[in-house]
Design a protein around this ligand. Structure first.
Ligand code: KIV
Length: 268
């Protein structure tokens, strides 16, 4: 899938996007037919044990993105650029984003966006690096804004709309809208020709994105705008308890799991 295929879906058919951080999960998501796999910087708090996304490094993102890309045949693989890997200098930002395509084999990058990413989006798209913008709640700004719903007053709603238009103009092929009121997401969607992909932004967006751990029921908590369609955490707990029980009680390994001298020829 290419950026232009995603762009062409605006207003046509719902775009599906899910995060993945490892090869086996990416393979399952790709086989299921999801359009976009986002290697989110949420890898920090969902997989790496950080309290937030802020400590995630470019090397960590490149490693997880490469694992996902190796397992993906059809979906568009997006690398999320981590905190301070862009924004300070244009050259360093271009280099870091370029690594995701050259080294990790991503198809594009996502930038948590603001006034500081308009010029960068323009430069990256000029160089052939597809960019997905991200407005509304941008967790990398959590020290500034907190992790709250954004665009709830007229001034901030207008700012989001203006930035959305500026990023479209700069060449972004799509836009994530996170945790904004549904009517604002609807207005942004109407005003843009590139697709909007919502998370906690209502149903008017052209597509939806969620964190895979929440969708499969592996995370301890689920955001109020998310849903678990499975109980992977419960399954893991049951399997680990079962293993513990069977080892402690001596039921595992049973005879069928063991090799005897007389079997050696079969085994080796
Ligand atoms: O890192 C992430 O998972 C994200 C999504 C929530 C959009 O940015």
């Amino acid at each position: 899938m290419r950026a232009k295929d995603i762009r062409a879906k605006a207003g046509e058919e719902p775009i599906t996007m899910l995060t993945a951080y490892d090869a086996p999960t990416a393979e399952m998501i790709d086989d299921a037919g999801v359009d976009v796999i986002l290697v989110g910087d949420s890898v920090g708090n969902t997989q790496l044990g950080y309290e937030s996304t802020l400590p995630v490094t470019v090397d960590e993102m490149a490693s997880h993105t490469a694992a996902v890309a190796r397992a993906t045949e059809e979906a568009f693989v997006l690398a999320d650029m981590p905190f301070l890997s862009y924004g300070a200098s244009l050259d360093t930002a271009v280099e870091n984003c370029g690594r995701m395509l050259k080294e990790a084999k991503a198809d594009g990058v996502k930038l948590e966006s603001g006034p500081h990413t308009v010029e960068l989006t323009d430069r990256l798209t000029e160089l052939g690096i597809p960019v997905q913008a991200h407005l509304g709640l941008t967790p990398q700004q959590e020290k500034e804004t907190g992790l709250f719903r954004q665009g709830t007053d007229a001034e901030s709603a207008e700012e989001i709309l203006d930035l959305a238009l500026a990023h479209e103009e700069a060449g972004a092929f799509s836009l994530v809208l996170e945790h904004v009121p549904a009517n604002l997401a609807g207005e942004v969607t109407d005003r843009l020709s590139i697709p909007t992909i919502g998370i906690g932004a209502g149903s008017a967006c052209d597509g939806q994105v969620l964190v895979v751990d929440e969708v499969i029921g592996r995370s301890e908590d689920t955001a109020p705008f998310s849903q678990a369609w499975g109980d992977v955490r419960g399954e893991m707990e049951r399997a680990i308890d079962g293993y513990l029980h069977d080892v402690e009680s001596g039921e595992f390994p049973a005879d069928e799991h063991s090799h005897h001298e007389s079997d050696l020829d079969d085994v080796y």
